[in-house]
Ligand binder design. Structure first.
Ligand code: ARG
Length: 635
């Protein structure tokens, strides 16, 4: 409401009528560019005679400022009988004088609109300084009814990270964590009710084996101190024993000797029995497993906190109820989705979808010969469980593209089982591989190893500039944050689907579009603010019409795009959409410093420039936090 009244005042000051006409997806209180869309739509309905409902959504934002601030593709207005060039000439001639935009220019079949930047800064900068951390967010988008907040928010489940207990946290989990954290922030900022789910790999015979391993190799103290590494060590050792046992059986049988005593009493059989006890809810077995799980989660939480990530629900394969799986199995059999083949239950997709489509989905097993359920079986029931528990409007699975087939099979089976609407609400957010992910101490096993290593590297980099280093209050903590930023920014630089090379040197460099560069840009803005020593109240009195230099004007125009960039990101679902923008903005910024000095300028000019830098800092800070980074004030 506060932002709304400031906007109304500003618009009155510009002698524009308020309230602005309402269009769907037009939110001038949170997106200043929507003031322009709305204003242009009013003018263009007069000029072209086309309906506002067609014009408004046709006004597009641009990636490059040379093309204008908004463009209109003339064919989008679907005016018959005249060529776009004729229409353009006609409309430009009729275009009235406006306080907000210059007369449009024509480029091919587009009308290009350039904002009058003096007015833009009067609308934009106060709006940013007022909204602060909220600038760029749009709480209306996630409303069930955008016109009526009492109807509540739409709900999205974002399932991400999902590591496997006692196994390495590999690159796939790292990317899922980074991308999932980002998507959660994005949807939260768009006003959705976001449920973050971590679907742990925590069930199966291997967890019976792990318990046996703990009896043999476990150490209570080590478990308490470092559960993740200790469980992994045990897991590796006991798996070695298992391999040796299998070799022994092979050897005996090759020699024609009896191996049944090993088969009946060996590790593999014991693990099977232990896991059977777990599925039968045997108190002792369950208690031991639950301890491993709880201690691991506790440690995961600490690591996630360093990445600004939390989960609302630590679900996992173990949390899928047996009744659910029985119900699903029944349903699949009754509806002839599944069939028995060589004693196992399978889904033969070629029988459900003709041609290539069916073939490409293959013939997944739903239940093994011995009756055990599988990864896919659990995912089917887990999805239905979540549907019941959360009544979500949308669900995203942030999982490596190595599991494309698995998720396609999952969604297809849910559809065949008679829940096509449920399947349609689900989306697989996939991503490529990280190549060569190793630290200086060898191949990576756990997220903590990576973070520690890049943190140490950044600490070395920081120490190269002793003078600055000495000013940083807590250099180790800062190095840690910078290290995390390095990893995250490298991960988010390309499109999700692309593979990339894990490159410690490149990611920790200040040259190029890296995490440290972005952090440096932020710290520099903070330092300008500190040195100017002006209060927000003083800055609020700035005379923004003094921002006349082309560098100032370009910066204002770039900054004004931020809410549109965020909204566009809801379509691309790519962190790189935000990141590319932030680099564009910081480049514009760094080329401005020499032209827009604070120190040595007259007070009036100082105030105006400070307001601009403040607005830039808010946008950079918001963008970084949206990505999951922690902006630093000094480095
Ligand atoms: N724990 C699995 C893995 O590490 C990822 C889980 C993905 N999510 C799912 N619903 N299947 O491969």
């Amino acid at each position: 409401a506060a932002a709304e009244s400031t906007l109304a005042e500003t618009l009155r000051g510009l002698s524009l009528t308020t309230p602005l006409p309402k269009y769907p997806n037009c939110y001038p209180e949170v997106n200043p560019v929507d003031v322009y869309r709305s204003h242009l739509t009013s003018i263009l309905t007069e000029v072209t005679g086309v309906d506002a409902a067609i014009i408004y959504p046709a006004l597009q934002w641009t990636q490059t400022l040379e093309k204008g601030d908004l463009v209109l593709p003339i064919p989008a207005l679907r005016v018959k009988g005249k060529k776009p060039a004729e229409l353009a000439a006609e409309w430009v001639a009729k275009f009235p004088e406006s306080p907000l935009v210059h007369k449009p220019t024509v480029a091919a079949t587009f009308l290009q609109f350039f904002f009058k930047v003096d007015k833009l800064s009067e609308i934009l900068i106060p709006s940013i300084l007022k909204q602060q951390t909220f600038f760029g967010q749009n709480p209306y988008l996630g409303l069930k009814d955008p016109g009526d907040s009492s109807k509540g928010k739409k709900r999205i489940i974002i399932e991400f990270s999902s590591p496997n207990i006692a196994k390495p946290f590999h690159a796939g989990h790292l990317r899922s964590t980074i991308i999932g954290g980002f998507l959660s922030n994005l949807y939260e900022g768009a006003g959705w009710d976001v449920i973050r789910v971590n679907y742990l790999g925590d069930w199966g015979k291997q967890y019976g084996l792990l318990a046996l391993g703990f009896e043999k190799y476990g150490n209570e103290e080590a478990l308490q101190v470092d559960p993740i590494n200790h469980l992994y060590e045990i897991y590796v050792k006991i798996n070695k024993d298992l391999t040796a046992e299998k070799e022994e059986i092979g050897k005996l049988e090759a020699e024609g000797k009896d191996a049944s005593h090993i088969k009946n009493e060996g590790l593999d059989e014991q693990a099977r029995r232990y896991f059977k006890a777990m599925t039968d809810n045997d108190e002792k077995a369950i208690a031991q497993w639950a301890r491993f799980r709880d201690l691991s989660i506790k440690r995961y939480k600490e690591t996630y906190a360093r990445l600004n990530i939390h989960f609302d629900d630590y679900s996992g394969e173990s949390q899928v109820k047996q009744e659910r799986m029985d119900f699903a199995a029944d349903k699949m059999a009754k509806m002839s989705v599944s069939e028995v083949s060589e004693g196992a239950v399978i889904v033969d997709f070629s029988k459900h979808f003709p041609g290539k489509a069916g073939k490409s989905l293959e013939r997944p097993i739903i239940k093994k010969k011995d009756g055990t359920a599988l990864y896919l079986t659990r995912d089917i029931s887990e999805m239905m469980q979540r549907d019941d528990k959360y009544h979500f409007d949308k669900m995203m699975y942030v999982v490596a593209s190595a599991q494309d087939l698995h998720l396609k099979q999952l969604f297809a089976i849910i559809g065949l089982m008679g829940y096509p609407e449920l399947a349609a609400k689900c989306q697989h957010i996939n991503f490529g591989l990280v190549l060569g992910m190793s630290t200086r101490k060898g191949t990576v096993k756990f997220l903590d190893d990576i973070l520690r290593d890049v943190g140490e590297k950044m600490h070395e980099v920081m120490q190269k500039n002793q003078a600055k280093y000495e000013q940083v209050e807590n250099p180790l903590a800062t190095a840690d944050i910078l290290g995390i930023s390095s990893v995250m920014v490298q991960d988010m630089s390309g499109k999700r689907i692309n593979n990339y090379e894990f490159n410690m040197e490149a990611m920790t460099s200040f040259e190029g579009d890296t995490g440290p560069y972005l952090q440096y840009a932020h710290a520099r803005l903070c330092s300008i603010t500190r040195r100017a020593g002006l209060t927000p109240a003083e800055i609020a009195t700035a005379n923004l019409s003094l921002l006349t230099e082309s560098h100032a004007q370009n910066l204002i125009r770039v900054i004004s795009q931020y809410p549109d960039v965020v909204q566009n990101t809801l379509k691309t679902l790519e962190p790189t959409t935000i990141l590319t923008y932030l680099f564009k903005m910081t480049h514009t910024l760094s080329s401005s410093y020499d032209h827009l000095r604070i120190v040595g300028s007259e007070r009036e000019l100082m105030l105006a420039r400070m307001a601009l830098y403040d607005a830039a800092r808010v946008v950079l800070n918001n963008g970084m936090r949206l990505l999951g980074l922690t902006p630093v004030d000094r480095m």
